[in-house]
Design a binder for this molecule. Structure first.
Ligand SMILES: Nc1nc2c(ncn2[C@@H]2O[C@H](COP(=O)(O)OP(=O)(O)OP(=O)(O)O)[C@@H](O)[C@H]2O)c(=O)[nH]1
Ligand SMILES: [Mg+2]
Length: 238
């Protein structure tokens, strides 16, 4: 049987997803959402302390569906696997596809299947952190579920967050999804190898990211040709 809090959360998800929150439910929705986010933040803080105590660098990768998060991680891991003991945690609603892809490049991987949830949260990560001997790792990557909205509700306790979009999502994708750009240190615009063929205005995308977050570092990459992948590794200070 779900407890009271779980029931309320399920109810909120239903209300939010079908957009039927009535005026009288709205306060409860907002209040409970705040509580869930606060609990998540506390757990994220604990995760961060635990990782730092063990000298583990940690990077959370968020981004649009199919933008190339796994492809970029495959490239990065291939280059740095001899230097670091790496754990990659992949979030997807189902399958082990991404974890298997990355594992073939000599990194240990764990796949979390979130079911109906559109983002990983600190609780997911905590379950892994507390069951692993952290002395065995120097670096943890977390590939979040492909989504440009939901992950903004849940920080995961990593040192850095990078956001990846690609030019195939259209040159408006950044201005239409500002939240995660505000919360990230590095923005990657991927699939640059297709820019000429698609005629995408990449400069506009770079400007949009900078307008949303003047402190964000923006880099264009191609996971296909490898363009700027080593530059991204440098930006990540790895
Ligand atoms: N041309 C081109 N294709 C790319 C590039 N990066 C990724 N792809 C292709 O884009 C598709 C999606 O790449 P993934 O790495 O699975 O993307 P993802 O962001 O991990 O996707 P989800 O985890 O499902 O959200 C694959 O077919 C990749 O081969 C790139 O830089 N250029
Ligand atoms: Mg992926």
């Amino acid at each position: 049987m779900p407890n009271k809090k779980e029931k309320v959360i399920t109810r909120i998800q239903e209300l939010e997803s079908i957009n039927l929150a009535r005026e009288e439910d709205r306060d409860l929705v907002v209040q409970t959402k705040k509580e869930v986010e606060k609990d998540n933040e506390l757990l994220a803080l604990q995760i961060n302390q635990e990782l730092r105590k063990n000298n583990i660098k940690s990077i959370d990768v968020v981004g649009a569906i199919g933008a190339g998060k796994t492809a970029i991680l495959e490239k990065i891991v291939e280059i740095i696997a001899s230097k670091y003991r790496i754990l990659v945690i992949c979030g997807d609603i189902t399958t082990r596809v991404d974890a298997d892809r990355i594992q073939s490049h000599n990194a240990e991987t764990i796949q979390i299947n979130t079911g109906r949830e559109c983002a990983l949260n600190a609780y997911h990560i905590y379950q892994i952190i507390k069951n692993k001997d952290l002395k065995n790792y120097d670096l943890i990557f977390i590939e979040n579920v492909g989504n440009l909205i939901c992950p903004s509700d849940f920080i995961l306790g990593t040192d850095k967050r990078i956001i990846i979009v690609s030019i195939t999502e259209g040159e408006w994708v950044i201005e239409k999804h500002p939240m995660l750009f505000k919360m990230s240190q590095i923005a990657v615009i991927n699939k640059i190898d297709l820019a000429k063929r698609l005629g995408t205005n990449v400069e506009k995308m770079i400007d949009d990211a900078k307008k949303i977050n003047p402190n964000i570092e923006v880099i264009t990459t191609s996971a296909k040709t490898g363009e700027n992948i080593t530059k991204l590794i440098e930006k990540l200070e790895l």
